[in-house]
Design a protein around this ligand. Structure first.
Ligand SMILES: NS(=O)(=O)c1c(F)c(F)c(S(=O)(=O)CCO)c(N[C@H]2CCc3ccccc32)c1F
Ligand SMILES: [Zn+2]
Length: 263
């Protein structure tokens, strides 16, 4: 598809030119407003299957020009949702070096330093993510808020390689590790709503689960995320820092956000 960015002439206010769904309904991200949340006792704790990857497993860490992404094996999957959803990749959204505010979802207007997304596809109904991508029940994405605080050793399992993928298109192999360690302790407390991809093509195909509790990374780890990567290719003369790769919050229309917690 066409090129798109987070600012300038190809920024988010122009995405609809090449990607009509970006101007449609059920768009993500959104702001979680306390007065619009509804407790749902049927929202069960998220069950992670095969998230503890062996160090013999090789994962691909890549800079795709829009984010840093880590490929995930499709035998990793979620249970407890309406269908089985198999893992595809995880990636991040962040702010800038002097502005640690780059999460996509917000809570009562508060933006966190960054946000991690684990993208899964409905493997009960579709053979791969490309087929599932534009189906209304095609994807399930888990969001994790990230704040700057305590050092997080689990994040270094891939952050230590980030200087090797400075430019768009660069990839490195990373040894497998327990992906569960990147998630917050409480998998039973989360926001749930029907939404979309937050990048073009913005298909309204995502069952969103955003965990209530953030994880912490150190300022140094945050700066690794926010200052190393470029959205430009290595051979381009002017390196373009990859910063502020988050979409603004979208209209709720008449959507309801369910929560699995009561207070
Ligand atoms: N915030 S989000 O979860 O909506 C979301 C992203 F924000 C994002 F940047 C990407 S991407 O692949 O890194 C780059 C542009 O697609 C994807 N990638 C998805 C969409 C397209 C695709 C194809 C194969 C595997 C993963 C994805 C994504 F689902
Ligand atoms: Zn994302």
């Amino acid at each position: 598809g066409g090129k798109w960015t987070y600012e300038g002439p190809d920024g988010e206010h122009h995405w609809t030119r090449n990607y009509p769904f970006c101007g449609g309904a059920f768009q993500s991200p959104i702001n979680f407003q306390p007065e619009l949340l509804r407790f749902d006792p049927n929202l069960l704790p998220i069950q992670l299957q095969d998230y503890n990857l062996s160090s013999k497993e090789q994962l691909t860490l890549s800079n795709n020009g829009h984010s840093v992404q880590l490929s995930l094996p499709s035998r990793m999957h979620l249970a407890g949702l309406p269908y089985q959803y198999s893992a595809a990749q995880l990636h991040f959204h962040w702010g800038s070096s002097n502005m640690p505010a780059g999460s996509e979802h917000t809570v009562n207007g508060k933006q966190f330093a960054a946000e991690m997304h684990l993208v899964h596809f409905n493997s009960d109904k579709y053979p791969n993510i490309s087929i599932a991508l534009d189906k209304s029940d095609g994807l399930a994405v888990m969001g994790v808020f990230i704040e700057v605080g305590e050092h997080n050793p689990a994040f270094n399992q891939f952050l230590k390689y980030i200087k090797g993928i400075k430019y768009k298109g660069q990839k490195v192999q990373v040894a497998g590790f327990n992906i569960r360690e990147l998630l917050p302790a409480r998998l039973d407390e989360y926001y749930r709503y029907d939404g979309s991809l937050t990048t073009p093509p913005c298909y309204p195909s995502v069952l969103w689960t955003v965990f209530r509790n953030p994880v912490s990374i150190s300022l140094r780890q945050y700066l690794d995320l926010a200052t190393v990567l470029c959205s430009s290719h290595a051979q381009e003369s002017a390196p373009k820092p990859l910063l502020g790769n988050y979409r603004k919050t979208q209209l709720m229309d008449n959507r309801v956000v369910l929560v699995s917690f009561q207070q």
